[in-house]
Design a protein around this ligand. Structure first.
Ligand SMILES: *[C@@H]1O[C@H](CO)[C@@H](O)[C@H](O)[C@H]1NC(C)=O
Length: 237
C-alpha cells in the first residue's frame, strides 16, 4: 500500500510530463502483442490496443501506458473502451494506472467534461463497491488538491489544479452511483476525510484515524487542508 501511494504521488508530481509523452513507453507500445487492432478514425495509423488479460494483470507502469493509448479514444462513439477500463479497474495497479493517465493527460481531454464519458461510467458502475476503487478515488482528489499549494512552480500548481478538478468529477460520479445502490462506504470515507481536513487530529474512528495518518504522512498544512475540505464539500453536495 505504501509503495503504491508513493508511485501515484511521484507521478502526480511530474504530471503532465510523464503522460504527455507516450514516447516514454516505446517498448510497451511497440511490443504489444494485441488481439485487438483497429484504426482510430482521427489517424491513418493503426493502433494496437492491449488485451483484456494484459489489462487485468500487468504491472502499474504498463497500466499507465495502456490507458494513455486509449484514453484519447474515450469520446469516440464508435469505439467502445468500457471493457478495457473495467478490466483495469478490477485491480489496484490497474486503477492507479488508468487514473494517472486519465486525470493528468493533456487538455483538452474527455476528463475535463462535467459529465464523465459513457464507457468510464459503465466501468465505474460495474466496480463501484470495490474498496480499492473507493479509496484510490478519494486519494485522487486529496493528493492533487494538496499539491496545488505545495508546488512553488506556477505551472506545476496549475497542473495539480486541473488534476484535482478532474478527480472531483470522477469522485462525484462514483459517490452518486454508490449512494443510489445504498452503499455508504464512500460517503463514510469522504466524511472522515472532511473531518481531518477540518482539523480533527485525534479520533477513535478507524477511518478518521487512517486519514489522519495519511494527511500527516504527506505533510499537509492549513492551506492544503482548507483546499481539501472545499474539494470534499464540493463532491459531497
Ligand atoms: C496558471 O493559470 C493561470 C490561471 O488560469 C494563468 O493565468 C497562468 O498563465 C497559468 N500559469 C502557467 C505558468 O501556466
Amino acid at each position: 500500500m505504501r509503495i503504491s501511494l508513493i508511485l501515484v504521488a511521484s507521478l502526480s508530481l511530474v504530471n503532465g510530463f510523464v503522460l504527455q509523452s507516450s514516447s516514454l513507453y516505446p517498448q510497451t507500445i511497440n511490443g504489444l502483442s494485441s488481439k485487438t487492432r483497429f484504426a482510430a478514425s482521427t489517424s491513418e495509423e493503426e493502433i494496437a490496443l492491449p488485451t483484456l488479460d494484459q489489462l487485468k494483470s500487468d504491472s502499474f507502469i504498463d497500466q499507465v501506458g495502456y490507458a494513455s493509448q486509449y484514453v484519447p479514444l474515450l469520446s469516440q462513439e464508435d469505439i467502445d473502451v468500457a471493457d478495457m477500463i473495467e478490466a483495469q479497474l478490477s485491480h489496484s495497479d490497474g486503477i492507479r494506472g488508468f487514473f494517472v493517465s486519465y486525470l493528468t493527460g493533456d487538455s483538452p481531454s474527455p476528463a475535463d467534461e462535467e459529465v464523465i464519458p459513457a464507457p468510464l461510467k459503465a466501468a465505474l458502475e460495474s466496480q463501484k463497491s470495490s474498496s480499492d476503487l473507493i479509496s484510490l478515488t478519494c486519494m485522487n482528489v486529496i493528493m492533487p488538491t494538496g499539491m496545488i499549494t505545495m508546488h512553488t512552480d506556477e505551472e506545476l500548481s496549475n497542473n495539480s489544479k486541473m488534476t484535482s478538478k478532474r478527480g472531483i468529477i470522477v469522485a462525484k460520479a462514483l459517490l452518486a452511483m454508490n449512494k443510489e445502490s445504498g452503499n455508504v462506504e464512500m460517503l463514510k470515507q469522504c466524511q472522515a476525510i472532511l473531518k481531518v481536513a477540518k482539523g480533527e487530529v485525534d479520533s477513535e474512528d478507524e477511518d478518521v484515524k487512517y486519514w489522519i495518518e495519511f494527511f500527516s504522512k504527506w505533510g499537509y498544512g492549513d492551506k492544503e487542508k482548507e483546499n481539501i475540505a472545499k474539494a470534499m464539500e464540493d463532491l459531497m453536495q
